[in-house]
Design a protein. Structure first.
Length: 160
């Protein structure tokens, strides 16, 4: 979207660029190179999109990179190191931006502390710690904000 005139341009879709067509694109982030990262919940992939050509390449999926696969990914954030964090229905996964390899940062088996039940968003603090929002999880249980240690996956509830 051009902030001066309000005109928008389609960067990528089935008619613009080539590569896997989006089915359910969710979260997005922009790398320092200007490339756009998009997670697709239906395809269960992390895509890298060239913002000029619209070309889409799979960066990480069950067939690209090693490690646990995504399960309905919807959140994404970039660490200062360039590593990519993906939030899916099971937890947080760190993705190597070159190989697409995946490593669990925090989930039911990795890290300790309270778990969120219906994650909504993902962000990284200036300290490098990870923040996760939780939508209303269960009847009578309001949403919350969690802090996750980026090194050991331990979780703490900050606010509910």
């Amino acid at each position: 979207m051009d902030p001066h005139n309000g005109h928008g341009v389609i960067i990528a879709n089935a008619m613009v660029g080539n590569g896997p067509a989006f089915e359910a694109p969710q979260g997005l982030a922009v790398e320092t190179t200007g490339q756009v990262l998009v997670v697709d919940a239906t395809l269960q992939v992390l895509l890298r999109v060239d913002p000029v050509s619209g070309h889409r390449t799979v960066l990480s999926s069950t067939t690209m990179g090693h490690g646990p696969s995504f399960l309905f990914p919807f959140g994404i954030a970039l660490e200062a190191t360039g590593q990519i964090l993906v939030l899916d229905s099971r937890g947080i996964t760190r993705v190597d931006p070159l190989s697409g390899d995946r490593m669990v940062v925090s989930n039911i088996s990795v890290g300790s502390g309270p778990l969120w039940h219906n994650a909504g968003g993902l962000a990284i603090e200036a300290t490098g710690q990870i923040l996760v929002t939780e939508r209303d999880a269960l009847p009578l249980v309001p949403g919350g904000l969690f802090r996750v240690d980026a090194h050991n996956g331990n979780r703490a509830l900050i606010s509910r």
